[in-house]
Design a protein around this ligand. Sequence first.
Ligand SMILES: NC(=O)c1ccc[n+]([C@@H]2O[C@H](COP(=O)([O-])OP(=O)(O)OC[C@H]3O[C@@H](n4cnc5c(N)ncnc54)[C@H](OP(=O)(O)O)[C@@H]3O)[C@@H](O)[C@H]2O)c1
Length: 340
Amino acid sequence: MNKFTLAAEAVDPGRVPKRTVYTGAKIPAIGLGTFGSDRFSAEQVARAVRGAVAAGYRHIDCASVYGNEAEIGKVFSEILSSGALRREELWITSKVWNDRHDRVIDACKKSLADLQLDSLDLYLVHWPFPNFHPPGCDVTSRSPDARPYIHENFMKTWRQMEQLADSGLVRHIGTSNMTIPKLTLLLRDAQVRPACNEMELHPHFQQPDLFQFCLDNGIVPIGYCPLGSPARPERDRTPDDTADLEDPVILEIAARHNTTPAAVCIRWALTRGQIPIPFSRHHYKENLEAAAAGPLSDEEIKRISKIDKNCRLIKGQVFLWKENQNWEDLWDTNGEITPP
Ligand SMILES: NC(=O)c1ccc[n+]([C@@H]2O[C@H](COP(=O)([O-])OP(=O)(O)OC[C@H]3O[C@@H](n4cnc5c(N)ncnc54)[C@H](OP(=O)(O)O)[C@@H]3O)[C@@H](O)[C@H]2O)c1
């Protein structure tokens, strides 16, 4: 492969908005997701990272469970040793998987070694449930070791996250797949606050209450599945799911701007104030251009606010911890943490 260089026709990263976390650090307001939906090899995803950084991306969302950090690490090493970019020009996130809640520091060091980095900009607790399940397992699969959310236990995990922040191995720590009741307890007890919460966010799943809670508490929302995850694995599909990219309002706004439905979803996300992290092997440049294209109008934002269908795609069934539960139990939908 040729030496890494920035593409001549790259999007100027200066045109891409940034969000400020409570420390004052600035995150590029679009990142590249790296979950290959079980379809793409680690090498294919790493190639997308290489192409996306060359095209102007400066924010990459990784996780150990995606099984591709070592290959992405080779790309980071190549980029940084080429001299084309300095480390501080990239925002790199990783996440501790659910079977490492009691060994967070080791898990983080493994991600750092795989990614060939000295530090991460953001390290997240991927899910608030400590159960292991193998990548790619069916939604009906249940682990005999599955455990509910127990705040005291989560705080033991969080204390390790705080040690990582204190040690300088990670610049910020945060959460993913949390709910308002869980975040309320965490904010009460944390010594180092979560800087970001990664959560499912797309026009058909806007989570207005949790989204607003994050903003009100100085937590930057990062939105996963920002396009409605059109290539998600079979296990994450149900007959009731709806498709954001086919919504008539999204299509109409796209036609008005002479752009694509995906670009409208991305511009909606940036205008609203979350950081979308679309995965893409073929459209990353188009997505970055959408992020740099400026806000949608108030009227367009109002219209999109009305197409929310509360359609959660990543329901998390494998985290259920006992028989006869419903996936809603994972999401504290009645406003309280579901009792064990
Ligand atoms: N924290 C968590 O628990 C969690 C859970 C799920 C996901 N995530 C993160 O969020 C990222 C994004 O989620 P996702 O990958 O499931 O869903 P997504 O980003 O909504 O959708 C990705 C899919 O959309 C296609 N796509 C991208 N840009 C497009 C465009 N402009 N036009 C048409 N199609 C386009 C991609 O195809 P092409 O490759 O052909 O462009 C890819 O198949 C993941 O990669 C992962 O990093 C986090």
